[in-house]
Design a protein around this ligand. Structure first.
Ligand SMILES: [Cu+2]
Length: 143
């Protein structure tokens, strides 16, 4: 019984300080720049228990990170810079090749098979940092 109470107190404590705030990040991948482009790409899936909105993304290991969407129009693929992305409650929002993605400008080289740190900032004030698995040598259209 004592143990159960301790577990409840612990859960409440974590909730109060923002950890386990109900934001889940999966399939986080970072593709370092190819050639001399200086721009890497990152993909992930995110789900928030409450309705929220991604308002900023950053990394201590990059100059800046932009949210982009690939747009196909008349056979041409171009990119649109998004100011933010809505996260409907409980719905998984995916950043994946051919769709939304993160453009990572001037990432520092941190080595293959290591995790690239990216922080996602939400309108609610929550900040979620996640390790993005670095995957090198993947050639794909930059869109
Ligand atoms: Cu882009």
């Amino acid at each position: 019984m004592k143990r159960a109470i301790a577990a409840i107190v612990l859960a409440l404590g974590l909730g109060a300080c923002g950890q386990g705030a109900g934001v889940h990040i999966e399939n986080a991948e970072f593709r370092p720049p190819l050639g001399a482009s200086g721009i890497g790409v990152a993909y992930f899936a995110i789900r928030s228990d409450k309705a929220d909105r991604i308002v900023a993304i950053s990394s201590p290991e990059a100059d800046r990170i932009e949210i982009h969407a690939s747009v196909t129009q008349g056979g041409n693929v171009s990119m649109k810079h998004l100011a933010g992305v809505d996260l409907p409650a409980g719905e998984t929002v995916r950043f994946a090749p051919g769709g939304m993605h993160l453009m990572v400008f001037s990432p520092r080289h941190i080595g293959a098979n290591t995790a690239f740190p990216i922080t996602i900032e939400l309108q609610s004030g929550a900040k979620q940092s996640a390790p993005f698995r670095e995957i090198s040598g993947v050639v794909e259209p930059r869109g």
